[in-house]
Design a binder for this molecule. Structure first.
Ligand code: GLU
Length: 479
C-alpha cells in the first residue's frame, strides 16, 4: 500500500477562518494517524484573487494550531516547488500531452461571442454547454487563447469516504478551460496534476467542489491518472443559522482567536468537533488521542455549527489546567502595562486568583487591572447595584467606616481575613450581598472579582484601607 500523503491546498485569497482550517486539521489527522505525510501547497494560479499577506496568514494559522507539514512553500521536498505559480512549465507539459492526444484545443471565441451563446441557451431554457459549440477547425494554440479540455461526457459514479456513493449524468461534464489566456492553469486542471505528482493519496476538500467532480473524473481518465480517495467533510455553519461560515457572514480569522488568547488545544477540540466525533459524547481530547482516534469514516455528512460559547468553555478548561507559572508565561502579551511595576510572584498570584473565571487571555486586563493600579471611583457601580442603590449614601458610608475599623487590626492573612469579614457581617447585621459588594466596589472598582477575602489579602492592607477610605471621603464630599 502507498504511504498516506494528504495535503492542504489553500488559495491565498484572504485570511483563513475556521471552515478552512477544519479541512487542514482533518487532512493533518489522517496523515498523522497513518504515520504518513501532510503537505502544504499554495494554489495561487488565480492571479486576480491573490491577496498580499495571505500566505503568511495561512502559515501562521497552521503554526498556531501546531499543524506541521513535511513539504511546503517553505520546506523543499522531492515534489516541489509547492507554490503553483512556480510550476507553470509542468502544467504546460501536461497540457501539450492533451493537445497531442486530441484532448485539448484552443478556444477561438471572444468574450462577446461566448456571452451571446450563453444568452441563446438561456432563451431556449437549456443549460449552456461549451461542448455544443466546439469549433470544427480550432486555431493552433499559441498561448494567447484559453486552452480547453475536450471532454468525453458520460455518467459517473464515484465513492466519497464521507458522502458515500455519488453519481452525475453526462450533462455535468463539459469542455472547461485548463490554461487561461494569461498562461496560468485553472484549479480544475492543475490540482489533478499536482495531487498526482505529489503522490497524494487522500483528497480532502470542502463541499463546493462536489459539482465539479464529474469533470475532474473525465480529466483523470484523459490524463491516465489514477484516482485518489475522495473525502468531503460537511460544511461549517454559523453559530446561529444554517448558512456557511464565511468572511461575508462575519466569521473571525483563525488568528483572531489566537489574539484573543484561545489556547491551541481548545481551538483544536472545537474545530475537530465540526463534523467528527468518536461515537461518545466526549469533547476533550489531547492531540495524541485525536491522532489515534481520528477516522474519516466517522465524519458526518450534515453541516456542523461553529460554537463560540463551546470554544470559550473549552478554553476555560485548558486555562484551569495550567499552573500559575504556566499561565504567567502565556500571559506576557496580555497583562496590563502597570503589572510591570510588580514582581513576578505577585503577578502570578493575581493570575492564580482569576484563573477560575478566566475564559480567554485577552480578558486579563479587565479582570486584573485593579491589582496593579488605583482606579478612579466609579459611583455608577453603586448606583446600578440592585441592593446597594436602595441604601442611603450615608448608611453606606457608615458601613465602610465600620469595615475600616474592623480591618485595621487585621494582619490580612487569608484565614484571619475570612474570620474578620464574617465578624463584620454579624456586627453590622448585614448580608454579604450588601457588605461584601460594597467593599468589593471600594477596593476593585469592579462589579465582580475573585472571592473578596482572597482579593483584599493579595491587595494588602495598605491599599485595601486606602481605597475604602477614599470612597468614604467621596461619599462625605458628595453629601
Ligand atoms: N485551492 C482550493 C481552495 O482554496 C483548494 C481546493 C482543494 O483542496 O483542492 O479552495
Amino acid at each position: 500500500m502507498r504511504p498516506t500523503r494528504t495535503r492542504f491546498a489553500p488559495s491565498p485569497t484572504g485570511a483563513l477562518h475556521a471552515g478552512a482550517i477544519r479541512t487542514a486539521l482533518f487532512a493533518w489527522l489522517v496523515a498523522k494517524h497513518d504515520k504518513g505525510q501532510f503537505i502544504l501547497r499554495i494554489e495561487d494560479t488565480d492571479q486576480v484573487r491573490n491577496v498580499e499577506g495571505a500566505v503568511d496568514n495561512i502559515i501562521a494559522s497552521l503554526k498556531y494550531l501546531g499543524l506541521d507539514w513535511s513539504e511546503g512553500p517553505d520546506i523543499a521536498g522531492p515534489y516541489g516547488p509547492y507554490i503553483q505559480s512556480q510550476r507553470l512549465p509542468i502544467y504546460h507539459q501536461w497540457a501539450n500531452k492533451l493537445i497531442e492526444n486530441g484532448r485539448a484545443y484552443a478556444d477561438p471565441y471572444t468574450k462577446d461571442q461566448l456571452d451571446q451563446l450563453r444568452d441563446q441557451a438561456k432563451q431556449q431554457k437549456k443549460p449552456f454547454l461549451f461542448r455544443n459549440h466546439r469549433p470544427d477547425n480550432p486555431p493552433k494554440w499559441d498561448g494567447s487563447q484559453p486552452l480547453r479540455f475536450k471532454s468525453d461526457p458520460k455518467t459517473y459514479q464515484w465513492n466519497d469516504l464521507v458522502l458515500g456513493k455519488l453519481s452525475a449524468g453526462p450533462e455535468s461534464v463539459d469542455d472547461f478551460i485548463i490554461i487561461k489566456s494569461d498562461g496560468y492553469p485553472t484549479y480544475n486542471f492543475c490540482h489533478i496534476i499536482d495531487d498526482h505528482l505529489m503522490e497524494i493519496t487522500h483528497l480532502i476538500r470542502s463541499q463546493e467542489f462536489i459539482p465539479s467532480v464529474p469533470k475532474f473524473l473525465n480529466l483523470y481518465e484523459a490524463l491516465k491518472i489514477p484516482l485518489p480517495i475522495f473525502a468531503t467533510p460537511p460544511p461549517v455553519l454559523n453559530q446561529d443559522n444554517d448558512r456557511k461560515l464565511s468572511k461575508r457572514e462575519g466569521a473571525k480569522q483563525v488568528l483572531d482567536y489566537q489574539r484573543m488568547g484561545i489556547l491551541p488545544e481548545a481551538m483544536i477540540n472545537m474545530i475537530v468537533s465540526l463534523g467528527w466525533n468518536d461515537g461518545t459524547t466526549d469533547e476533550i481530547y489531547s492531540t495524541e488521542q485525536l491522532i489515534e482516534k481520528f477516522d474519516l469514516s466517522r465524519v458526518q455528512k450534515s453541516g456542523a455549527h461553529f460554537n463560540e460559547d463551546k470554544l470559550l468553555w473549552l478554553n476555560g478548561h485548558y486555562i484551569r489546567k495550567l499552573n500559575d507559572l504556566e499561565l504567567f508565561k502565556l500571559s506576557t502579551n496580555y497583562l496590563p502595562d502597570s503589572s510591570k511595576n510588580f514582581d513576578d510572584t505577585y503577578v502570578q498570584s493575581v493570575l492564580g486568583l482569576i484563573k477560575e473565571r478566566l475564559k480567554y487571555l485577552a480578558e486579563i486586563p479587565v479582570l486584573t487591572n485593579f491589582f496593579f493600579e488605583d482606579l478612579p471611583i466609579n459611583i455608577k457601580l453603586i448606583d446600578e447595584n440592585k441592593v446597594l442603590s436602595k441604601i442611603s449614601k450615608s448608611d453606606l458610608k457608615e458601613l465602610l467606616i465600620a469595615s475600616v475599623a474592623e480591618l485595621e487590626s487585621n494582619d490580612f492573612q487569608l484565614k484571619n481575613l475570612v474570620d474578620c469579614l464574617n465578624r463584620l457581617l454579624e456586627k453590622t447585621n448585614q448580608q454579604p450581598k450588601v457588605l461584601f459588594s460594597l467593599i468589593r466596589i471600594a477596593t476593585t472598582q469592579a462589579p465582580a472579582s475573585p472571592p473578596l477575602a482572597e482579593t483584599i489579602s493579595l491587595l494588602g492592607k495598605e491599599k485595601t484601607l486606602g481605597r475604602i477610605n477614599q470612597l468614604i471621603e467621596y461619599l462625605v464630599k458628595s453629601n
